[in-house]
Design a protein around this ligand. Sequence first.
Ligand SMILES: *Cc1c(COP(=O)(O)O)cnc(C)c1O
Length: 462
Amino acid sequence: MDLIRSIPKVDKILTEPVCQRLLKDHPRPVVLAAVRQVLDELRKATLAGRVQAADLTPTAVCAGIERCLAAGEAFSLRRVVNGTGVVIHTNLGRSSLAPRLREHLADIAFGYSTLEYDLAAGERGTRYAHVEQLICRLTGAEAALVVNNNAAAVLLVLSAMGAGREVVVSRGELVEIGGAFRIPDVMKLGGALLREVGTTNRTHLRDYRGAITDQTAMLLKVHCSNFAVIGFTAEVTVSELVALGKECGVPVVADIGSGNLVDWQGVAGMNEPRVQEYLAAGVDLVTFSGDKLLGGPQAGIIAGRAAVINPLKKHQLLRALRVDKLTLAALEGTLRLYRDEQLAWAEIPTLRLLRMTAAELKKKGQQALRRLRRQLPDSITAELVTGFSQVGGGALPLAELPTWLLAIRSAEHSTRELEEGLRRQPVPVIGRIAHGDFLLDLRTVADDDWPAVVDALRAVSV
Ligand SMILES: *Cc1c(COP(=O)(O)O)cnc(C)c1O
């Protein structure tokens, strides 16, 4: 009870020099909220018998308030250093945008724009017009539409074309993408009836043929993005499916996941077909993500025949799935780089990072090592080791990209403590632990990340 009574009162603590200083730097309601939170927690801890007199001195309480404010000041959604080597890391924001889009994005974000305004006509326009021609030109599609993400694209297509009717899918393609996007569930949500054909490892053209009735809305091909079936397998090719669709008068739709536009010739393991190849094979419509291999913002792109896409543009659901101006600005900017494939390779981080060779990464590693040795205390040591990076984003799960990593050790901390300490910095550094070492994959650490890495390593080593 004595302890409870010795917890300082709010008014009293606010007169402390530390709090007076905090009040100068932060809005009063924010400081007050931190004071109340800390005193409240102290009260509870005291009642639970976890507090000693020394924890209740004005100095100790003020230090707690300062920590509480500092923690609350950091943005929740903030920049991190990606040292995992997973290029399209869904938990870390998937693709980063091309730096040259920065100024254009700021223009659109901080001012008015032509979002739904037709400059030539001087009247209302549509937001979807900004990227449609570009998508058509790059992919060979007749028409295109953009929604919030690929999950939304699939939902819209199923709702508009499949509601109350049957959608034929191979049992080998009933995928679940991370974050619980499951083809059978999306199908249900869109009101379409799933008509499964074939088996997990083998599906034949005759299986599709046998499932087509006058209730069939479409043949759906789904990219097995994040898994591979190996061994005794059989899959119907896109061309075969298209021929069957034509013969039976049923549209063929492909959810191709990643949305690859470039030729990966020469990059080992990157055997991803291009969007244009699906459309050239005669698929009526494809859907794909904007922020996987395409390297743009989160978006879902629907491209294909005008007769199939035009009704989607009028569907009520589109309003709920519509993209905002920042997405459109980032997508238009990214797609414009693809007009010149060399420019796309050079400027789009996702493409650039995936194509980096082990030799380039080793050179990057040697530079990083020199810098770290110059700037870090002796208690932190680092060496270069070889390993593999991953594509991520549920794309090409078997591709292993040879890479170089920094293996970092601390004389004062265990690997676990090092990992956790780096994760708790103002600019968190996210790596991985393997064989007892903390590893930073050079592929995903950007050149301008190194000052943040140095700061973080210094902070954990004190
Ligand atoms: C990733 C993926 C999705 C979901 O795309 P989002 O853009 O993340 O919504 C759907 N289908 C396939 C085949 C995918 O690979």
